[in-house]
Design a protein around this ligand. Structure first.
Ligand SMILES: NC(=O)C1=CN([C@@H]2O[C@H](COP(=O)(O)OP(=O)(O)OC[C@H]3O[C@@H](n4cnc5c(N)ncnc54)[C@H](OP(=O)(O)O)[C@@H]3O)[C@@H](O)[C@H]2O)C=CC1
Ligand SMILES: CC(=O)N[C@@H](CCC(=O)OP(=O)(O)O)C(=O)O
Length: 343
């Protein structure tokens, strides 16, 4: 059994990692950190895990992370960049669920994250953990930058169109909506039930840090310069992302449905729905799937694709486990055969 550590086990993505890893056949979780509840039993804190794990939260300082084979960071941006080098030197592989190693352009990173990067050399080494784009590189990586939730949904929805040169890459639009768990578990007035429980709003209208992440990923994957308008919204639900993606068609005769089916035929976690189907977040809730629906152009020359994921699974912890499976050479779907949660 490989020994696994989780830094940030009390957050939403950390708890989702625990849900997946306690049933994974090839790993044992040996360390889970928390600053706020160190000393508390993990299964006392999460009663859903009673009988599944016999371990207490420890502080980062007390956790013996160097004894692990792999450590997940499910922590705020700017945390893993201070810890990764020591772990890598000790032979421990690292997957960061935050954004510390996602952007190769450090000036862009500094602008969006508002801090100096503590480990620029590791940014160069890190592999962006989107298996549908970087599978071979992930398999050989010591350090994986797990993608953001919106970037996963948007990139998978736009990639086949750009790879085929079927759309005008400079005029892409991503109209994206997320459940509130996307904002993490920390207390925030804007996320109170009374503030957002019966309302629907846009946010980060001046710009969102996932826009440059998506642009960089699409450009690196296709070699095409991308222009993207990205508008996020907060939905009054807990889990799930729906992305409605718009792109002007440059070649009218292209069979976009066939393009998507061919691109994702061998992908275990991308499901292209039959032509004309509508997607809904409920169909992927609790699963590691991205479901895509290609909508017919309605005469305006605009291609519309819909993409849904569970932000905590394919958008975070599930994708991180998928990456871990690739890094250790295990079957990619190990521990991820999850049914959608009941409504
Ligand atoms: N929520 C989502 O849908 C997604 C989140 N992400 C990213 O994943 C990361 C985790 O997100 P999420 O789980 O939602 O966040 P949460 O706010 O829910 O949890 C953060 C966790 O980190 C711990 N923590 C906070 N500050 C520090 C610190 N300085 N050092 C060590 N541990 C710390 C907290 O525990 P304690 O205070 O007890 O130490 C807690 O366990 C973030 O970077 C987020 O942007 C990525 C994709 C999707
Ligand atoms: C609803 C909501 O607030 N969602 C978060 C996205 C979470 C995420 O994936 O952010 P990272 O890039 O930091 O990992 C947001 O828009 O900030």
């Amino acid at each position: 059994m490989m020994k696994i550590g989780i830094v940030g086990g009390t957050g939403y993505t950390g708890s989702e990692l625990l849900r997946l890893l306690v049933r994974h056949p090839h790993v044992e979780v040996v360390a889970v950190t928390s600053r706020s509840v160190a000393g508390t039993g993990v299964a006392d804190y999460y009663t859903a895990l009673r009988g599944e794990i016999d371990l207490a939260f420890s502080t980062l300082e007390a956790a013996r992370l160097s004894d692990c084979d792999l450590v997940f960071f499910a922590t705020p941006n700017g945390t893993a960049m201070n810890e990764a080098a020591v772990l890598l030197e000790a032979g421990v592989r690292v997957i960061d669920l935050a954004a510390d190693f996602r952007l190769k352009d450090l000036d862009v990173w500094r602008h969006w994250y508002g801090m100096e990067h503590a480990a620029p050399a590791l940014v160069e080494e890190a592999v962006y953990g989107l298996p549908e784009v970087n599978r071979a590189a992930i398999a050989g990586a010591r350090l994986v930058a797990n993608p953001g939730c919106y970037p996963t949904a948007v990139t998978l929805g736009l990639l086949p169109l750009l790879e085929a040169g079927a759309v005008e890459a400079s005029q892409l639009i991503a109209d994206v909506k997320s459940g509130v768990s996307g904002a993490g578990r920390k207390a925030s007035t804007a996320l109170l039930m009374a503030e957002c429980g019966e309302s629907f709003k846009t946010y980060s209208v001046g710009g969102h840090r996932h826009q440059p992440e998506i642009r960089e990923t699409l450009q690196r994957a296709t070699g095409v310069e991308v222009g993207l308008t990205f508008v996020p919204h907060l939905l009054p639900m807990v889990r799930g992302i729906e992305a409605s993606l718009y792109a002007p068609l440059v070649r009218g005769e292209v069979d976009v449905q066939a393009l998507f089916e061919a691109r994702y035929r061998d992908e275990p976690f991308v499901d292209v729905l039959p032509a004309g189907s509508a997607v809904e977040t409920r169909s992927v809730r609790g699963t590691n799937l991205c479901r895509l629906s290609v909508l017919e152009p309605q005469g305006g020359g605009m291609m519309v694709v819909q993409s849904v994921i569970d932000n905590l699974v394919k958008g975070a912890a599930g994708q991180a486990v998928q990456n871990m499976n690739l890094m250790f050479g295990w079957e990619e779907a190990t521990g991820l055969a999850l049914s959608a949660l009941a409504p």
